[in-house]
Design a binder for this molecule. Structure first.
Ligand code: C6P
Length: 416
């Protein structure tokens, strides 16, 4: 699909054209056409991203920010050009606010270590929610251990929505940071991040949003959200693995110390001391994932070409269809039933272990994820060890959802 935002704005997506962009989807798995319904774990890449990475390695590769030679300049232009694309995509105010990381996990660890170790002390509180991925729990637990701060958790209700009344109550004089997911990977709940940010801002508490499951599926505007940090991963938004982004408000990043030392994050080094580089390079020690950044820039172009509102609309109708057909499977219970969910359906089948479900549907060529989805507290809340999870992208079809429902009927027959 060519990048032409006006032509496709609010258009019905031509699914066959879109699917033609994704070579991996056109294969048989276990003798059946692949139905890839594990997009929340990692989405697939369009040809445009694969070509951009291949072109970079075939024509432009050298180290960045280090050479006067032509290839190094080309690599630097491609690398910094990708940063500018990401900045525009999430409407950050400046390229200085876009820090490359390995992914969401590293972005959150960066904030926990750099910001957390300098701002948290004995008795301070970090307020998260029950819906977090482990990547937005464990880094805070680590920094709490290091500083004597305490992790406070906002409960959720049985539909999988955070209790805003409880959040407001727990947001107290000792809260130093609020950190929560924009969209839950395990349930699909879209959290009321605007309300949360407004409440936190009223008390001058900074907010970090884990956007790993939001950026691929909806338009995200960090200035409009008014958050201080926003973390996301390239591989979930149709870009390469090993590249991700930390957006940080410039005033926050400016006063944070580096969290890793080495090449590229310095202006001058002597044995008497080091002068750190400017933003954002202060946080990018060592040779970065240049090809990953280039590929992520191409993924942003691709998403822009389709239009995020078209993607959100398409996925909403896919979710409605898939929910309807899965609910017809006897004994199936959907875990996470918040209104306005993202296109994620976590479910259990009475009396059948999710891993068995995953293995059997794989024989039908259908890829879903089973397990705790790196969100063990959510499983604990619902009293289940694991769920099966189908997670959709704009290139999925109603027919694939129907195939999943039919495969689940077979699973039930096998265990009858
Ligand atoms: N969730 C899933 O199957 P990384 O691994 O750093 O790219 O992303 C971590 C992460 C952080 N937050 C959320 C909300 C996520 O969903 C993830 C990754 C995958 O749901 C793999 S566990």
């Amino acid at each position: 699909m060519s990048a032409n935002p006006e032509a496709v704005l609010n258009a019905e997506l031509d699914i066959e054209t879109v699917r033609a962009d994704f070579p991996i989807l056109h294969q048989e798995v276990n003798g059946r056409t692949l139905a890839y319904l594990d997009n929340a774990a990692s989405a697939q890449r369009p040809r445009q991203v694969i070509d951009a990475v291949s072109h970079y390695y075939s024509s432009d590769h050298a180290n960045v920010h280090r050479g006067v030679h032509t290839l190094s300049q080309r690599a630097t232009d491609a690398f910094e050009g990708a940063r500018a694309k990401v900045r525009r995509f999430i409407n950050a105010g400046s390229d200085k606010e876009i820090v490359w990381t390995r992914g969401t996990t590293e972005a959150i660890n960066l904030v926990a270590q750099s910001w957390g170790r300098t701002h948290l002390g004995e008795g301070d509180e970090v307020l998260i929610t029950w819906l977090e991925h482990h990547a937005n729990i464990v880094p805070w637990q680590i920094v709490c251990e290091q500083t004597g701060a305490r992790l406070v958790v906002t409960p959720m209700d049985d539909t999988g929505q955070i209790r805003l009344d409880e959040f407001e109550r727990l947001l107290g004089p000792k809260t130093r940071m609020v950190a929560l997911g924009h969209v839950s990977n395990a349930l699909g709940t879209v959290n009321p991040v605007r309300d949360v940010v407004a409440m936190a801002k009223a008390r001058d508490v900074p907010v970090l949003l884990d956007g790993a499951q939001a950026v691929p599926h909806m338009a995200v505007d960090v200035q409009d959200l008014d958050c201080d940090f926003y973390a996301f991963s390239g591989h979930k938004m149709f870009g390469p693995t090993g590249i991700g982004v930390l957006y940080g408000r410039e005033s926050m990043l400016a006063e944070m110390p580096p969290w890793q030392g080495g090449g590229d994050m310095i202006l001058a080094v002597s044995f008497d001391g080091t002068v750190y580089n400017e933003l954002p390079w202060k946080f990018e020690a060592g040779t970065p994932n240049i090809a990953g950044a280039v590929g992520l820039g191409a993924a942003v172009d691709y998403l822009d070409g389709i239009g995020m509102s078209n993607i959100a609309n398409r996925e909403a109708s896919l979710l409605a269809h898939a929910t309807r057909v899965l609910e017809e499977v006897p004994g199936l219970r959907i875990i996470g039933t918040a209104p306005g969910k993202a296109a994620v359906i976590s479910f259990i089948l009475e009396g059948i272990h999710p891993h068995d479900i995953g293995t059997i549907v794989d024989h039908e060529g259908i890829a879903i994820r089973t397990g705790h989805h790196c969100a063990m507290p959510i499983m604990e809340h619902f009293g289940v060890p694991a769920t099966a999870r189908a997670s959709f992208a704009f290139y999925n079809t109603e027919e694939e959802a129907d195939r999943l429902a039919q495969a689940l009927l077979k699973v039930r027959e096998m265990f009858a």
